[in-house]
Design a protein around this ligand. Structure first.
Ligand SMILES: [Zn+2]
Length: 311
């Protein structure tokens, strides 16, 4: 499959995105739609073909621009955020890395080469191409098909993984998810994961709090650096520049908001009673409620400041 063969695939993605009322959707709504487009790509096309990296990058750029600016521009603008193609617990948006997922999908064929000699397709491949050569050392000639050469390329990338993870042994079982996780590599869990992706949170709160945790919100000091506003002074206290640290931790308004939240929480759940007197289930509930309240407070603080700036 060449790049030209995938034009129809890119057109389908663009047509699908164009059909959505993007301007009326929140970031969270757009993220759900991006995941649905990419998941269709993963579930169907990646399973069958080695999709050229250029095509995957083009689709990823379209989805990224749609997420951050509600446009379908193919320009690789530096002002747009990334799609953060890794798991939520690792700080991402839960969007799958399409290139690696495609490799993991095609890895299934190469695993068959290593372990499934009785498979009809493997028998055919052995008869036509490999002719008894060991799968680890086989190299395709240039006059074989592009798809076969790509499968062999994936084999060369992954053969260490098959051995390292015991997938190529008699009892080894390769799964696409395991192959994908291996390609992603080990990543540390971010400490703010329970706060941001608590399932009790409203999705729009999670999205804004995640940007806050990564210091990616558009605060006034950044807008000033871009030349969008005349100064970076905090609109609430007019004392210091509006940075993440100031807006959420140092501004007198946010300090009093956090104090009010803390007082209310103590009054409702704790008071003079020790946290430990509650059952484990109630303790978990209290912790999750605390996360929900903190996320909502963070979201409302940010929205209040943005309203002040825009008014
Ligand atoms: Zn302030």
């Amino acid at each position: 499959m060449a790049i030209g063969d995938c034009t129809r695939l890119v057109e389908k993605v663009v047509a699908r995105i164009r059909g959505w009322g993007a301007r009326k959707l929140s970031y969270t709504g757009r993220l759900v739609l991006v995941q649905s487009v990419l998941s269709q790509l993963h579930v169907y096309w990646s399973r069958i073909f080695v999709i050229p990296a250029t095509v995957i990058d083009r689709i990823t750029t379209i989805c990224r621009n749609f997420l951050w600016s509600a446009s379908i521009s193919m320009a690789n603008s530096p002002y747009h955020g990334s799609l953060f193609v890794f798991a939520k617990k690792h700080g991402g948006l839960g969007v799958v890395n399409s290139r690696k997922w495609n490799l993991a999908m095609i890895g299934k064929y190469t695993w068959w080469l290593a372990c499934k000699s009785d498979h009809l397709w493997i028998k055919w491949v052995n008869h036509i191409y490999m002719k008894g050569v060991d799968w680890k050392h086989y190299e395709p000639s240039q006059n074989t098909s592009w798809t076969w050469r790509m499968i062999c390329k994936v084999k060369n990338i992954r053969k260490f993984g098959y051995v390292h993870n015991n997938w190529a042994t008699a009892n080894g079982v390769y799964t696409i998810n395991a192959g994908y996780q291996w390609l992603q590599g080990s990543m540390a869990k971010v400490e703010w994961y329970p706060l941001v992706w608590n399932r009790f949170n409203l999705p729009k709160h999670s999205f804004i709090v995640r940007l806050c945790a990564r210091q990616r919100l558009l605060t006034k000091d950044k807008a000033w650096a871009f030349g969008v506003v005349n100064d970076g002074i905090c609109e609430i206290c007019k004392l210091e520049d509006e940075t993440h640290m100031h807006l959420f931790y140092q501004c007198p308004f946010s300090v009093s908001s956090w104090q009010l939240l803390k007082d209310g929480f103590m009054f409702l759940f704790l008071g003079r009673i020790s946290f430990l007197v509650y059952s484990v289930e109630v303790q978990i509930f209290i912790k999750k409620t605390h996360c929900v309240c903190c996320s909502a407070c963070c979201f409302l603080l940010y929205m209040a400041v943005r309203e002040l700036v825009s008014s």
